[in-house]
Design a protein around this ligand. Structure first.
Ligand code: COA
Ligand code: AMP
Length: 645
């Protein structure tokens, strides 16, 4: 029998931020036990917080539930069967459809049944490689229904990146679309899938292919089967009760090496955090339309296209299009007006793109945006210009909030469902309840308000955050928990001001943010270095008006190599596109004679970034030869950088 574990109301909306935050810090166990009432449990937990094995903490140990039941079936049982669960709006295919909760239940149960028929059971991995179509959501929930672990891979990655993920996750089955549709081209998902499987050592047993009319794929007999046929013939599968601590999904994200990190999220803590955040961070109620304009391949898509809105009984909007060009800069306003969206969540880059094409927001006049209450932005630092512009044209709260693939939900935000706080442009406001945010220096000492340091989170992390890296507990500890015992290292640098507002300024590693997409410059350097003519290289994230940052390569050729016709640059650009994918947006390379280094041989990437961005920099005390910096400036100038911002 499915029942709420304990019954009492979530009282957070009647208390101010300070009180709620203090409660979450003083007694996390009772705080999250109360939040867990938003979820239906098959069996209550034995321990809210299992801290027997630090630095590994587990939430709701002993509890049993099914995430898919909570996201779909319980809403049908509660009378929401006829409410749209998903609105699919696809300007690139000229399609608009609605899927009710009852229809979703049927489709998900069939998908789960089709997976079972292929031998997939609890704990098996399924890679989902799909564009922004409802079947992607159905595939994810289908896995969750039977306790299989999904790993969604973003379509903008190359076959090689997909192969790396296949070898790490070792999926029994893959579910893919035959193609994706970008405004300027068709993305050949099926051929990419086939070559990834060829490149991978691990071989999935079967592939279920959603044949899209724009480019159906050719099926390999015995291995591949069509989505429609597979679901039609499937016996609908019931929800399997799993442990709260069992893994729900793996999501790969850029690490500081070419090897991506497989972030693992569990069932129980994740469901609780998702449901709690919908109410308390976004202030969204069951039945409302929530739109996260992202992609299911990113963490924003996992959390706020799929799980959080559906766990809450909202209607989620799945948009297969762009903010501009599909067909114009009024696309977002059309979608909001047509589907009565209550809250929109996207990356600042989307608003920069709209502003670039329609600076006076003239398209807005054509639509009625009365349904919209707030805009949330995340994925990259939100520049105050973009924030102010969005606020001015919409006349609504624009909330910058900060989070990462690893946390799965906001670390700092203006929690509209608790108490809206004054906005300070440039800051994602205060830490979200559950997150003990501190700024520490290199020695682990807390710095004063206003001073920049490493942004750390005191352990335990709240429910919903990563529990480990898939198959690599040791790497999890090394990457995030070893820098400062008792803390999680976010990888971001920033400060807290005297009012406790968080300011996130930069990364302390090689991660850059390109159009809200997280990429590793180290991985790009690895690809460039593999070219036979390259002796040495560095990739930096240079400031870009639209995308926030863009990767720029600085390459030293091997002695004797001379290719003045620019063909080497074309080769290098093509190589990164082929090895990492178009999403890297790697298009610019400067050939230089040498790279600036410290006397111990460390390449001075930060100094080169300052030069590229036209910013002042301090001459590094340990630089080997200061004259190189002028050479770098000249080279960057010839490719359009190194001018004052
Ligand atoms: N599948 C395959 N290729 C994809 C893709 C996908 N799902 N998404 C993007 N790409 C490709 C693009 O077609 C482009 O290829 P190109 O070099 O052939 O033109 C390349 O990857 C770079 O894409 P992107 O950085 O997104 O640039 P863009 O010029 O296509 O669009 C924006 C720029 C700002 C309009 C777009 O990035 C955007 O809407 N961003 C905001 C929302 C968002 O995605 N947020 C992410 C996390 S919240
Ligand atoms: P991702 O894992 O792709 O979500 O990227 C996470 C990283 O993006 C963070 O560690 C930050 O560096 C950056 N980021 C995300 N949101 C914000 C924000 N609101 N402000 C500043 N940086 C952000």
């Amino acid at each position: 029998m499915r029942a709420r574990a304990r019954v009492s109301s979530t009282e957070d909306s009647t208390m101010g931020y300070e009180t709620v935050y203090a409660r979450s810090m003083q007694d996390p166990a009772s705080f999250w036990a109360e939040a867990a009432e938003l979820i239906d449990w098959d069996q209550p937990w034995e321990k809210v917080l299992d801290d027997a094995n630090p630095p590994f903490y587990r939430w709701f140990a002993g509890g049993m539930l099914n995430t898919c039941y909570n996201a779909v079936d319980r809403h049908v049982a509660a009378g929401r069967g006829d409410q749209p669960a998903i609105i699919y709006d696809s300007p690139v295919t000229d399609t608009k459809t609605r899927i009710t909760y009852s229809e979703l239940q049927d489709q998900v149960a069939r998908c789960a049944g089709a997976l079972q028929a292929l031998g997939v059971s609890k704990g098996d991995r399924v890679i989902v490689y799909m564009p922004m179509v409802p079947e992607a959501v159905i595939a994810m929930l289908g896995c969750a229904r039977i306790g299989a672990i999904h790993s969604v891979v973003f379509g903008g990655f190359s076959a090689r990146e997909l192969a790396t993920r296949i070898d790490d996750a070792k999926p029994k089955v893959m579910i893919a679309g035959s193609c994706g549709i970008e405004p300027n081209r068709v993305v050949h998902y099926k051929p990419l899938l086939d070559s990834a499987i060829e490149l991978a050592e691990h071989q999935p047993e079967h592939c279920i292919i959603l044949q899209r009319p724009q480019e159906p794929g050719s099926l390999i007999a015995g291995r591949d089967l069509g989505w429609v046929e597979a679901l039609r013939e499937a016996t609908p599968a019931p929800c399997l009760s799993v442990a709260a601590t069992d893994p729900l999904y793996i999501l790969y994200t850029s690490g500081t090496t070419g090897q991506p990190k497989g972030v693992v999220r569990d069932h129980g803590g994740h469901a609780v955090a998702m449901a709690w955040s919908m109410e308390n961070v976004y202030n969204v109620k069951p039945g409302e339309v929530f739109w996260a304009a992202s992609d299911v391949g990113w963490v924003v898509g996992h959390s706020y296209i799929v799980y959080a809105p559906l766990l809450t009984g909202c209607t989620t909007l799945l948009y297969e299009g762009k903010p501009v060009g599909t067909p114009d800069a009024g696309a977002f306003w059309r979608v909001i007006a047509e589907h009565e969206v209550s809250v929109l969540f996207t990356a600042p880059t989307a608003f920069r793109a709209i502003k670039r094409d329609d600076p006076r927001a003239e398209h807005l006049g054509r639509y009625d945006l009365r349904s919209l209450r707030a805009l949330f932005l995340a994925g990259e630092r939100c520049d105050p210009d973009t924030l102010n512009w969005a606020e001015t044209i919409l006349g609504l709260p624009v909330i910058d909030h900060w989070w990462q693939t690893e946390t799965g939900w906001a670390i700092a935000a203006n929690c509209l469902g608790i108490e809206p706080l004054p906005i300070k442009p440039g800051s994602p406001t205060r830490p979200v309840p559950g997150y003990g945010v501190e700024i520490l220096d290199e020695d682990g000492i807390a710095v004063k308000a206003g001073e920049i340091g490493r942004i750390m989170i005191r352990l335990p992390l709240p429910p919903g955050c990563l529990v480990t890296l898939w198959g690599h507990d040791e790497r999890f500890v090394q990457s995030y928990l070893a820098a400062q015992p008792g803390y999680y290292l976010t990888g971001d640098a920033g400060y807290l001001d005297e009012d406790g507002y968080v300011f996130v300024m930069s990364r302390i590693d090689d991660i850059i943010n390109v159009a809200g997409h997280r990429l590793s410059t180290g991985a790009m350097e690895g690809v460039l270095a593999s070219h036979p003519d390259v002796a040495e290289c560095a990739v930096i994230g240079a400031h870009d008006q639209l995308k926030g940052e863009l990767p720029v390569g600085l390459v030293v050729l091997k002695a004797g190599v001379s290719r003045d016709d620019g063909s080497i640059i074309k080769d290098l650009v093509a190589l990164v596109r082929d090895q990492i994918g178009p999403v890297a947006a790697f298009k610019t390379v400067a050939i230089v004679e040498r790279l600036p280094k410290t006397r111990s041989g460390k390449i001075l990437r930060g100094t080169m970034k300052s030069i590229a961005d036209g910013k002042d920099y301090r001459m590094p005390a340990t630089i080997d030869d200061p004259a190189i910096l002028e050479e770098i400036r000249t080279a960057l100038t010839t490719i359009g950088y190194a001018k004052p911002l």
